[in-house]
Design a protein around this ligand. Sequence first.
Ligand code: SAM
Length: 355
Amino acid sequence: MPKITKNGKNDIKVIDLFCGIGGLTHGFQKEGFNVVAGIDNDGSCKYGYEANNDAIFIEKPIEEVSKDELLEKYDNCKYKVLVGCAPCQPYSRLNLKKDTEKDFSPIEKFAKLINEIRPEIVSMENVRGLKKYPVFQEFIDNLKSQGYKVSFDVIDTSDYGVPQKRMRLVLLASLLGEIKLIDKTTEDPKKKKTVRDVISKLPKIKDGEISKNDIYHRSRKLNPLNKKRIKATKHNGGGTNDWSEELVLECHKKDSGKTYKGTVYGRMRWDEPAPTMTTQCIGIGNGRYGHPEQDRAISLREAALFQTFPKTYKFVDPKKDMKVGDVAKFIGNAVPVKLGQVIAKSINNHLQQFI
Ligand SMILES: C[S@@+](CC[C@H](N)C(=O)[O-])C[C@H]1O[C@@H](n2cnc3c(N)ncnc32)[C@H](O)[C@@H]1O
């Protein structure tokens, strides 16, 4: 481990841009890194970020972040680590906006800050779709022109112990020398963590119910038609093909809707990793987010576990009313904590040569 953090030897400090609720930060802290600050323009993430992590939350759009305020947080440490998971939605295949309407400015500003601060280590995580946009190649070209060694991979998080199929682009860059992501840990399909491993022992709940002992183990109330639909969906991997004609959505009957038919309203499979968690993952109509056998969508708790948040992670202030949609957004947007750990371990391995 790097000789850092809690004992006051602040050789290495991390700043997390676009920190959200802190999935990435938490992974770094679990690996012993000293994350000094997270920055995000969504103030609703502040409570959860700070309640679970020993780092301050700065509420600010990245466009307004200055070189000086970041350098002040790094406080002349020997190795500055700048990590960031810029908003993924613009580059996701689920976003149907035209490329010309997409906002690339957060990534451009990330690159600008790198040039101004010259952190020894940089990491960026995003959806794999980012790769096809010129802004990604420009990001790499810029890093190289500044003297960084760069590597990037598209990985499936289920190859790294996350109980979820989640394809992500992970970039690492260093001013010190070659840097790369650690090897996969659970590539063998038999070793992958599954839906069963993670949620089979949770208390049973109905749609619309909140578990007695866990405010996050709650599932959205289904309307009567959707209740009929989930009941008609075969346990353990069933989908819309199991339905009788009157349950089929009008839009799925048209040719243009046929591609969605197999991807929404399905139930998860017990013995596979979960599908990708998104900000919409608590609705059965938004993906394969039905429980394998209970007649409901997955709960917030189940989504959080698929994202490898510990059960103790507090997403909202317990003294305030919970906005379920906000919590789903925090969870779906997050970098799985375990992926954060994988990135942190990779940086740690690299830094070991220089400490
Ligand atoms: C993919 S999420 C990051 C998730 C986070 N790294 C985690 O692990 O929990 C992207 C975040 O970027 C934030 N964001 C979007 N545009 C921003 C901007 N212009 N400046 C700062 N933050 C922004 C969003 O509020 C969101 O929390």
